[in-house]
Design a protein around this ligand. Structure first.
Ligand code: URA
Length: 247
């Protein structure tokens, strides 16, 4: 039952508000004493062709992975989390953003980038002079799926335990582009310790997917003078995305 709850919560994060129950589910929910006596089989009650699945295979696999994350106790962060934060957005997104770790708001709501940094990220995505897309069009996840206490930076052991989930998530989404937000995401995905100031503004390859790194929205909130550099990175991403769509 807990898995089912996790699954439906996950569906909500990707915008599925209503799932048509199958006739078998409806039957299973009716108490035996309220069920009408079985009618003899007739042409009208003959088995019908299967309805097309409402949830795609990819969505089902993402939901399975999200359920695994919910149960994860590989590192001590499970003791302090309110809930895990798997990711949200379009499972068929062409652009995937990867941040660092959930903060207090994300831990409370179970969704990534919903606090102050999230507001800035939404602007970066939606501002017509920057990326000019809808937030729902992209996919957003973090390196860590649990909040580090007091928003301290992720520890190497935590990243090592959690990284596999992110890898699987990226492999399932199969985005055309990845945007790493901040040093932790860039270092985890690119296996380098170069400062983010030296990584931004260039294209890298993450397992065949073009990856661009930029400053983290929280850093931009603290140091708005770096926004113009971040906007340049996002314009590079926009260019590549639009060129791909024009092909
Ligand atoms: N910062 C992050 O890196 N991720 C979030 O989800 C929120 C803030």
């Amino acid at each position: 039952m807990k898995d089912a709850v996790t699954y439906f919560k996950y569906l909500k994060t990707i915008g599925v508000e209503y799932v048509e129950p199958s006739p078998a589910t409806v039957q299973a929910l009716i108490p035996a004493e309220q069920k009408p006596a079985a009618a003899p089989p007739s042409a009208a009650s003959a088995p019908k062709k299967e309805e097309p699945a409402i949830v795609s295979d990819k969505e089902a696999k993402l939901a399975e992975l999200a359920a695994k994350v919910t149960k994860c106790k590989k590192c001590p962060l499970h003791k302090t989390r309110t809930q895990t934060v798997f990711g949200s957005g379009n499972p068929n997104a062409e652009i995937m953003f990867v941040g660092e770790a959930p903060g207090a708001d994300e831990d409370e709501q179970g969704l990534p980038f919903v606090g102050r940094a999230g507001k800035t990220l939404t602007k970066m995505i939606e501002e017509p002079r920057v990326l000019g897309m809808k937030r729902e069009e992209v996919y957003i996840a973090n390196v860590l799926k649990c909040r580090p206490p007091n928003n301290r930076p992720p520890e190497p052991g935590e990243v090592a335990h959690c990284e596999g989930f992110l890898k699987e998530q990226i492999a399932l989404i199969r985005p055309a582009f990845i945007c790493a937000l901040g040093a932790h995401a860039a270092h985890t995905l690119l296996k380098t310790n170069e400062p983010i100031g030296r990584l931004r503004g260039k294209w890298f390859d993450y397992e065949g997917v073009p990856l661009i790194a930029t400053y983290h929205p929280s850093f931009l909130n603290r140091s708005p003078e770096y926004k113009k550099e971040a906007w340049k990175d996002l314009l590079m991403l926009k260019d590549a995305y639009q060129n791909r769509r024009a092909r």
